[in-house]
Design a protein around this ligand. Sequence first.
Ligand code: 13P
Ligand code: SF4
Length: 351
Amino acid sequence: MALKAAVGPSPSELETEAARLADKGLAGLGYRDEELERAARLTWRINRLKKEKRAVIPAHVYQRPEILLGVADFIGDSYKLAKLGAASDAKCIIFCGVRFMAETAKILSPDKEVLLPAPEAGCSLSESISAADVRALKKRHPGAPVAVYINTTAAVKAECDVVVTSANAPKILRKLFAEHPKVIFAPDAMMGRNLAKDLGKKIGEELVIWDGTCLVHDNFDAASVEFYRKMYPGVRILAHFECTPALTSVVDYIGGTGDMMKWVDDHDASSYMLITECGLGDLARARFPDKAFVPMCRLCPHMKAATLERVLSALESPSASRRVEVPASVAARALRPIERMFEMSEDRSAA
Ligand code: 13P
Ligand code: SF4
């Protein structure tokens, strides 16, 4: 079996695999025959090696379509990936996403080998704040609980009270405000402003925020929303929580990627515009071939750094640079706020 995966597929296996990829949605996304064949050569080997090595591949929705539809075992937003990665009984996790996600997986599954196919894949939010910055915030605002976005390093998570994602931030912050007059939220300033508006809290006085931004979501032009509404009458416009308040105030729905997909599924509109990283629109087009999507998206260079070639290379010869490690003392302190997120987001009692 190992030998076979290394050698590659026979012509008929290659044809079957290319047809499978086409059916999964790559044909609908515009992959031509030669592109399907190139992808199929790699996905065929990855899927066999994955079984041999008892590896699992979680993939964030912003990953390339050939990863999402060709080799991923589960696809999701940051919250779903954290939950499902921890629940899996695989020996090894090949994380198709960025470093903070792979670190979270390692914290939750310390006994599994976690490999990041694109080891340089960071995040502008995660890079905007350090553990020392969080300690300084706590000193300046004594007694205020600290909620940090999951897009942070393990060292930053280790300093906070609870981790949040775009799927649960409003709910968790509401619960924190039920018991505290002031809450610290870091590092996404745009999401912080959107949350303050949603919760009716004053920035600085009640909700203390940081000045990090996402290089993808911070750059959409709110003025073009009006233009698109005229051009595509009836279009429903959805924006990610990390977009600017100028933009989120003129759209039909704000949420994380998981909730944006659910909203599309639940609504019947003439067309949809998903203002976020382009991967979500690709996935939506594959999942909902009968719905129309108007493009308005940007690529995240970090998310797109993973390729099928790099996934295969991580599986074939896991190098030290791809192996994700979190020092035990940091992991032990970061685990509690992540578990607290699971408890608070799944607790059905009202805040
Ligand atoms: P979600 O998929 O959790 O909404 O996060 C978006 C994001 O920016 C991940 O990098
Ligand atoms: Fe970070 Fe933004 Fe890229 Fe997500 S899309 S990984 S928040 S830079």
